[in-house]
Design a protein around this ligand. Structure first.
Ligand code: SF4
Length: 282
């Protein structure tokens, strides 16, 4: 299979980044998409509507703490939150850290993230005085993967892509969730067909613990209204047409009207576009 990055529109937020240069299409460098619609529509979310959303979400977080928390916010916490450092997760990070909730927030550094994504980690520490825990893939696993399929072998097939996601994301996630009672995610129903049945609270049979999605009902505009109103730090790539942000070689900006997940593994069919972290309906 040809390398999708050679012909697709994968705008780079930072032309100086060597990692992004791998996926940049020089012919489209001047054709960045408009700001995502959710950012433009944020101003249309009324204060009352946003306050109601926030109140509901705070209550869901408190319910999760009551039900699954053990009072610990560090590595020994029974309640954790997985953050991709994207817009939705920054809403939840702001709510959790400002309320001082006993939740251990973590992210997975796959080794293929954009520099802009990593910068969010530093800004979170500056803003809240609390750090997001970072899990990395096992070095031996990455070395074996690259030896087997090459540095960008994930473009060759869905199986090859899932093998890469397994080493770089799924196995680190399993380590992050080991011994925990519940995890919180920033998933929203409207993000993709695979998330249409998402519940605010569910049993995650794949990982063997409860899974909370306090933003299940939120729209993209709600998310941006919150980020703007509360001056929450966010990934600079969101201002360049990126909605759902994952690894640099597997994420591109989307055009107005495309759904949030259209920029992830854009060369695949929509039904295959989960990385193993989240299974449909959970
Ligand atoms: S998103 Fe792409 S680079 Fe990242 S782990 Fe999955 S296949 Fe690998």
């Amino acid at each position: 299979m040809r390398n999708p990055s050679s012909s697709q529109d994968t705008q780079s937020a930072d032309p100086g980044s060597s990692q992004q240069a791998l996926s940049a299409n020089p012919s489209s460098a001047g054709a960045r998409p408009a700001t995502p619609s959710g950012q433009r529509q944020a101003a249309e979310v009324s204060a009352e509507q946003l306050a109601a959303r926030v109140a509901t979400t705070r209550q869901i977080l408190l319910d999760a703490v009551d039900k699954h928390g053990n009072g610990q916010a560090g590595a020994a916490a029974s309640l954790v939150m997985a953050s991709s450092l994207g817009a939705e997760d920054m809403v939840l990070t702001d709510l959790v850290f400002r309320a001082g909730l006993p939740v251990d927030i973590f992210t997975l550094d796959t080794g293929r993230l954009h520099e802009q994504t990593l910068r969010v980690l530093a800004r979170v520490r500056e803003t809240y005085g609390r750090a997001i825990r970072v899990y990395f893939p096992e070095a031996a696993g990455v070395e074996a993967l690259v030896a087997s399929q090459g540095i960008n072998g994930f473009y060759e097939s869905v199986d090859a892509r899932k093998a890469c996601c397994r080493v770089r994301k799924v196995l680190p996630l399993q380590r992050a969730l080991a011994g925990r009672l519940a995890w919180i995610t920033g998933l929203r129903r409207e993000q993709s067909p695979t998330r249409a049945e998402l519940a605010a609270e569910a049993w995650d049979a794949d990982h063997g613990l409860a899974k909370w999605s306090p933003l299940a009902d939120w729209s993209e505009a709600d998310v941006w209204a919150y980020l703007r109103n509360h001056k929450v730090p966010y990934n600079a790539l969101h201002d360049q047409g990126f909605l759902s942000i994952g690894c640099a070689p597997c994420t591109r900006a989307v055009q107005p009207g495309e759904d949030a997940r259209a920029g992830r593994w854009w060369w695949e069919h929509p039904e295959t576009k989960e990385c193993g972290l989240h299974v449909a309906g959970h």
